[in-house]
Ligand binder design. Structure first.
Ligand code: RP5
Length: 155
């Protein structure tokens, strides 16, 4: 299965680099787009509604400011949507975080930390690893590597 990554502006590309890099490291294919919920709503809908039939299993949606993008994406699909609140210029991302995490009941968005693109990718990988043994093994190796790096500080 593949992951769709969408962000509201080209200005989000720097923050979202971590998602693509993490998916690539685990060998998970992804397609990345820039669509805005308010500037290009029609194009966003066409792309989101194409994903399930094209073999996608999760969508990562990143936006800053009044970050309604992830909620709008979730409205158009029953694929799991992972939201990445992007640090905004005026409120340092608190507005983005609250817009994503406080979704009203019925249309969920699994929201990660402000600028947490790497965790968004890891969460998608964990979803795929429920049925993919190879990915599950890679996640175990990744966790072991992380632990070893922490413990190496104590040698
Ligand atoms: C959101 O507004 C984007 O996701 C971006 O994080 C923020 C600022 O966008 P630009 O004004 O830089 O295009 O739509």
């Amino acid at each position: 299965m593949k992951v769709g990554i969408v962000m509201g502006s080209a200005s989000d590309l720097g923050v979202m680099k971590g998602a693509g890099e993490t998916l690539a490291k685990f060998g998970v294919e992804y397609e990345q787009k820039i669509y805005s919920a308010h500037r290009t709503p029609r194009e966003l809908e066409v792309w989101v509604t194409s994903l399930r039939d094209r073999g996608f299993g999760a969508i990562i949606a990143a936006a800053g400011g009044a970050a309604h993008l992830a909620g709008v994406v979730a409205a158009f699909t029953t694929l799991p949507v992972i939201g990445v609140p992007v640090k905004s210029r005026s409120l340092e991302g608190l507005d983005s975080l609250l817009s994503m995490v406080q979704m009203p009941s019925g249309i969920p968005v699994a929201t990660v930390a402000i600028d947490g693109s790497k965790n968004a990718a890891l969460l998608a990988i964990e979803m795929f690893a429920i049925t993919d043994e190879n990915l599950k093994n890679k996640l175990d190796e990744f966790r072991a590597e992380q632990a070893a790096n922490v413990l190496a500080n104590n040698n």
